[in-house]
Design a protein around this ligand. Structure first.
Ligand code: PEP
Ligand code: MN
Length: 338
């Protein structure tokens, strides 16, 4: 971190600030030029509050030169993290596809879709039980009953389950969920992230609708700082000025994230596009960009789905896509977790 002082800064003000940095365990590198006086802080500055430094009226500017996230940082953890979800590995050359309906709607529906996606080569079953809907009048999910139906689908197929949590109070209900999803809308629900940091269960963290890459990584850092280092990041499209798709898939976030973090990065082309026919090109683009996995919505009867039918693939469409996904993953040297 670099702190630049105003020309009017008094030596005693600079001295007092330097002392408070030193009290935080930091070393000071002083640089006094003809026109500019600045200091470089040496050491771990991740706990230094940049606004607290800026609040001093003798400070001209403050710049971070190292990232504020440590545990998620590739620099301090050069080996890629491989997250093991009930035997399915993601990251570091292991690729997994999570597929299933947006919402769990009935036992017959979830068991049928689970069987179909497994047959096509999916490694995990997704299904929402607690649904974050824009309208309070829209289907809110089957809640605890939906979790029970996911367990039955898991028992029937052997596929581990991934499902979204929205509230810290629900954590006991998610005890045997294999991969807990934090949705885009909760990416900065810091109390939820802190509580999930106390668990051992792997967490799938989706990128917020308008979050920067650094904010996304800081949210992962929240979970990791609590002791849970099994975090998978999911790029699911961000909000831009373009209305023809539900969101804009930020494909460039995949290589950028992978240059900054050792955590696995998966892509959800379904929520990015909002349109079923776009799922295939976006899924294949994600693999080419270096994604470690995909999350894809599949429904046995998309026109009658209780949520996100327009972006859901039929099992037959998913099967055809899986053939291409397997080929693309193999081309890029990824081992498919099934
Ligand atoms: C979902 O996966 O069903 C979902 C609601 O996703 P997102 O949080 O990315 O909108
Ligand atoms: Mn959905």
């Amino acid at each position: 971190m670099i702190v630049i002082f105003k020309n009017t800064a008094k030596p005693e003000q600079v001295h007092a600030l330097c002392e408070s940095f030193e009290a935080q365990g930091l070393k000071i590198h002083n640089s006094e030029g003809e026109h500019t006086h600045l200091i470089g802080l040496i050491g771990d500055t991740s706990a230094v509050d940049i606004d607290w430094v800026r609040a001093n009226d003798f400070v001209e500017d403050v710049k971070r030169v190292s990232e504020p996230y440590k545990k998620a940082n590739l620099k301090f953890h050069p080996a890629r993290t491989v997250v093991d979800i009930a035997g399915r590995r993601i990251g570091g050359g292991h690729f997994a596809v999570m597929a299933g309906p947006c919402s769990v709607e009935s036992e017959a529906q979830i068991v049928e879709v689970a069987g179909a996606v497994k047959e096509s080569g999916a490694g995990l079953l997704r299904g929402g039980a607690f649904k974050p809907r824009t309208s309070p009048y829209a289907f809110q999910g089957m809640r605890a009953e939906g979790l029970e139906l996911l367990r039955r689908a898991r028992a029937a197929t052997g596929l581990p389950i991934v499902t979204e949590i929205m509230n810290t109070e629900h954590i006991p209900l998610f005890e045997d969920v294999d991969l807990i999803q934090v949705g885009a809308r909760n990416m900065q629900n810091f109390e939820l992230l802190k509580e999930l940091g106390r668990l051992k269960t792997p967490i799938l963290l989706k990128r917020g609708l308008s979050s920067t890459i650094e904010e996304f990584l800081m949210s992962a850092e929240y979970i990791m700082a609590g002791g849970n280092e099994n975090v998978i990041l999911c790029e699911r499209g961000i909000r831009t000025f373009e209305p023809s798709m539900r969101n804009t898939l930020d494909i460039s976030a995949v290589p950028m994230l992978k240059s900054r973090t050792h955590l696995p990065v998966v892509v959800d082309p379904s929520h990015a596009a909002g349109i079923a026919w776009m799922v295939e090109p976006l899924a294949l683009a994600a693999i080419a960009a270096g994604a470690d996995g995909l999350m894809i919505e599949v429904h046995n009867d998309p026109p009658h789905a209780k949520s996100d039918g327009a972006q859901s693939l039929t099992p037959a469409q998913f099967d055809a896509l899986m053939q291409k996904i397997k080929g693309a993953a193999a081309f890029f040297g990824e081992a498919m977790a099934v």
